[in-house]
Design a binder for this molecule. Structure first.
Ligand code: DAH
Length: 370
């Protein structure tokens, strides 16, 4: 058989190949080690130079033609296979998308962020302190020396020093309030400059019922200056609460009280009423249908506390306050059982939690847009 008809036959069988497997079998039959064209190439060595000169180009042309035909056919078969697959497989765009489980921001974190935002606008920095605190910062420096009766009201958790390896003379406690951060912030400031801080964080007391949990959250506030007065305290709290509850009709009532770390001390009440069975802050507590509720403790920083913080009480004075964050969250967002805050129930978090994108900003009104 001459090389042309051999070539025509090979090209014909390649054209008729039905699938990639059949095509590959042809490739092996023609060009594989034992393939027919490979065999022809081997015969070149035994030919006379003249014969090789006329026959060689024909065999090479045959091999090239077959190689190209195989490649073209392979590309054609592959694209046909893809077409067939695309035609067979359809995507139903009307099917519901798979649900994406997303976490949420806990109301306590959200409210702390809201408060930090509000106070930042008033020039307050955020200060922190340890949750395992020593007796001096938690009590003594705050004008509660040992045997002070106010200590008994704090239901303190004491650290077992022997078991935990603390090497201090003092008792170590889980801080019972954020007030020790007042002392730490004053000492860090060095006693010679004005101070404006808030200290949000966890606090601990051995107490548990529907409105008390062994761990809860407070925000402490402290302002020190040369001429800070109770009027500054009232304005600051009023401004803060108006921004936080996003209403202008917040009315405060300051009642004389007692805290060891302030003198004078005031308990701050706010007017509220019931709307659809829910407590809503706003209006005077003396207005019809309204009452007062206690919101936070505050006062002018006691001289002993200024001294413990390294400030000269004859030159410096200031105000302080402490407020329950969980309480504020419940009032603003309408939860009624504090214990659920810390159960870690994903259903509760899904309902009361916030989207990570709901970052509180003053321009948006710090709260979350419904
Ligand atoms: N530390 C107090 C508590 O936990 C709250 C408090 C009251 C803080 C009056 C203050 C303050 O800074 O001036 O009960």
């Amino acid at each position: 058989m001459d090389y042309e008809s051999l070539g025509a036959q090979a090209l014909d069988s390649i054209a008729k190949a039905q699938d990639l497997d059949a095509l590959d079998a042809l490739r092996v039959a023609f060009l594989g080690k034992q393939g027919s064209i490979s065999g022809l190439l081997k015969t070149l060595g035994a030919m006379s130079p003249e014969e090789r000169q006329t026959t060689g180009p024909k065999i090479h042309a045959l091999r090239e033609g077959v190689t190209n035909a195989l490649a073209d056919k392979k590309a054609a078969l592959e694209s046909a296979a893809l077409e067939a697959k695309l035609a067979a497989e359809t995507v139903d765009l009307t099917l519901p998308a798979p649900e994406n489980a997303r976490g949420s921001v806990h109301p306590v974190s959200q409210v702390m962020d809201e408060l930090a935002e509000i106070f930042a606008d008033l020039g307050f920095a955020v200060a922190t302190g340890p949750e395992i605190e020593d007796d001096w910062h938690n009590f003594t420096a705050l004008n509660m020396p040992e045997s002070h009766p106010a200590r008994a009201m704090h239901d303190t958790f004491y650290i077992d020093k022997a078991a935990s390896g603390y090497e201090t003379e003092q008792d170590m406690v889980l801080r019972t309030h954020t007030s020790p951060v007042q002392i730490r912030a004053m000492l860090a400031a060095g006693g010679d400059k004005p101070l404006r801080i808030i200290a949000p964080g966890r606090v601990y007391r051995s107490d548990s019922d529907a409105t008390h949990t062994p761990m809860f959250h407070q925000v402490e506030g402290l302002v020190i200056g040369k001429d800070i007065t109770l009027a500054h305290l009232k304005w600051t709290l009023e401004t803060m609460l108006k921004a936080f509850f996003e209403r202008d009709d917040i009315v405060l009532r300051l009642r004389p009280s007692y805290f060891p770390f302030t003198e004078p001390s005031v308990e701050v009440d706010t007017g509220y009423s019931y709307v659809d069975g829910r407590r809503v802050v706003g209006g005077s507590g003396d207005a019809p249908g309204h009452s007062w509720m206690e919101l936070l403790g505050s006062g002018m920083v006691n001289r002993h506390v200024l001294t413990a913080g390294g400030y000269d009480p004859d030159q410096w004075q200031g105000f302080a306050f402490g407020v329950g964050v969980d309480r504020l969250a419940m009032l603003k967002y309408g939860m009624n059982d504090l214990r659920a805050f810390f159960d870690g129930d994903a259903r509760w978090l899904g309902h009361y939690g916030f989207s990570g994108l709901d970052v509180p900003t003053l321009s948006g009104g710090v709260g979350v847009q419904a």
